[in-house]
Design a protein around this ligand. Structure first.
Ligand code: HEM
Length: 451
């Protein structure tokens, strides 16, 4: 009986996969057709903005999951990192396989990490080497898991309350809140305040853009990034020097890193600085963008918004988190994670969708698509707040899973709580109520109103 039930469930999931694929194909064709006949200007300018919307990405991935789950082409779509072709992997099992097979599918970031530090690699740019284990082990001693509950979340709550209360009925979410709280975490908890809040936000944003978003290798962006990197290096060097000169024994990340030097002399001031650079870049634009995109998705779903607001008013951060992270599933800050094949490697071996990925291919492991794969996730198109946490791939998977994963999960609901608790929360009229990146890939303005 169980066997028959399982067979039925397996067939049903495949039928959903195919049905979703056909429906998405139809919707995509209709969208493209409308863009073609509706707009003015060059073809590319009419179609591209439509295709890059998060909702269109979901449609495109539904088509690929059903009909072309793993595809490989010899064309280089990414020119900012060495490669000789492109692969896109869309089913959850295969996305997880790519990210799990770290020896075969390696991170690519090393050259840019070295450009940013002015020398050394940072652990996100390393494979699973002794150096990777050394650096992450020391940084985990400096940035402890139990700090999340005892230090970081209370700090985020306090700052969120303070910043939000200055903008009672109209708030520009990134500028007034979601950029400021992680900047405060970097300043007060990491121990690296920078010359001022705006500088540290600007440098981290440019550097994140350069490392992870700029797939074309834009020369002007690189030039700006190298200036930002120099400024950030000098600023963290100054924090290290000032701490040492003052003799202050502060129990923050910098203070603990310096204390670790007694047993690990190779963890010198430059090594500490380089590791902190990686954490600062990882922390600020990401937390802000995730917070903003989650609210944007909630505002598009009145029922979910009402649920999230009730949780916020009740002070239930766990339930609020369930709403926020489910909202983020529909528009995560990175829809794909990329790797490069270290050798010829076959993925999804022994299945009909097995594909050989030649050495040197840049592989896009589509985590957004994985979170909508009906073979892996129950009712993926529904907005649900009871999903197992393992359904979410919001900040990586495997060896390089986000170093701030536990911080993100606790801090994002804490940042949003004071705003989501507001009565009649809504978008400001017109373009002010839509996310504005101001020419960057990160939300700069997004105005909300309340009563
Ligand atoms: C919502 C906020 C965040 C998102 C969406 C995010 C996203 C990610 C993703 C996707 C990865 C994996 C990259 C890859 O495998 O190629 C990653 C890794 C990493 N993140 Fe985050 N991140 C966030 C917040 C943070 C914070 C707060 C910190 C610092 C405390 C941080 C530091 C790092 C570091 C150091 C790594 C590399 C981990 C390793 O190589 O083992 N991130 N993050």
């Amino acid at each position: 009986m169980t066997c028959l039930r399982n067979l039925f469930a397996a067939l049903r999931a495949r039928a959903i996969l195919l049905g979703d694929g056909f429906a998405a194909l139809f919707k995509l064709v209709r969208l493209i057709f409308r863009a073609l006949i509706g707009g003015k200007g060059p073809l590319r300018d009419r179609v591209l903005p439509v295709l890059t919307l998060p909702s269109s990405q979901l449609l495109a991935f539904a088509v690929l999951r059903a009909f072309l789950p793993n595809f490989v082409i010899s064309k280089r779509l990414v020119t900012s990192y060495d490669n000789n072709g492109t692969a896109v992997v869309t089913r959850a099992a295969d996305v997880i396989e790519v990210l799990d097979r770290e020896a075969d599918f390696a991170v690519v970031y090393e050259p840019k990490m070295r450009a940013i530090t002015g020398g050394a690699n940072f652990f996100l740019g390393m494979q699973n080497t002794a150096q990777y284990q050394h650096d992450t082990s020391l940084m985990r001693l400096a940035m402890r898991r139990d700090d999340v509950e005892s230090v970081v979340t209370p700090l985020a709550r306090r700052k969120a309350e303070e910043f939000a209360s200055a903008h009672q009925t109209r708030i520009d979410l990134p500028q007034d809140l979601t950029l400021r709280v992680p900047a405060a975490i970097v300043s007060d908890y990491f121990g690296t305040p920078g010359p001022d809040e705006q500088d540290i936000i600007e440098w981290a944003t440019i550097l994140f853009w350069y490392l992870f978003v700029d797939l074309k290798g834009e020369a002007t962006l690189e030039a700006k990034a190298l200036v930002a990197a120099k400024n950030l290096r000098e600023s963290i060097d100054a924090s290290v020097a000032a701490r040492k000169a003052s003799g202050e024994q502060k129990d923050d990340v910098l203070g603990r890193a310096l204390a670790l030097q007694a047993g690990a002399p190779e963890f010198d001031d430059i090594a500490i600085r380089d590791n902190l650079i990686g954490l600062v870049i990882g922390a600020i634009p990401t937390i802000s963008r995730a917070s903003v995109q989650a609210v944007d998705q909630l505002l598009d779903r009145p029922e979910a918004l009402a649920g999230a607001q009730a949780a916020a008013r009740a002070g239930d951060e766990n339930l609020l988190g369930a709403y926020v992270f489910e909202a983020l599933r529909f528009n995560p800050i990175n829809p794909v994670i990329y790797r490069r094949a270290n050798r010829d490697a076959t993925i999804a071996a022994s299945t009909l969708r097995a594909r050989k990925i030649p050495k040197g291919t840049l592989v896009f492991a589509a985590n957004l698509s994985a979170m909508f794969d009906p073979l892996h996730i129950e009712a993926p198109n529904e907005f649900r707040v009871d999903r197992p946490w393992g359904d979410y791939i919001l900040w990586g998977y495997g060896l390089h899973t986000c170093f701030g994963a536990y911080i993100n999960r606790a801090v994002i609901p804490a940042i949003l709580q004071p705003v989501l608790a507001r009565p009649n929360l809504r978008r400001a009229p017109g373009s002010a109520g839509q996310i504005d990146g101001g020419g960057t890939p990160f939300p700069q303005h997004f105005v909300l109103e309340s009563d």
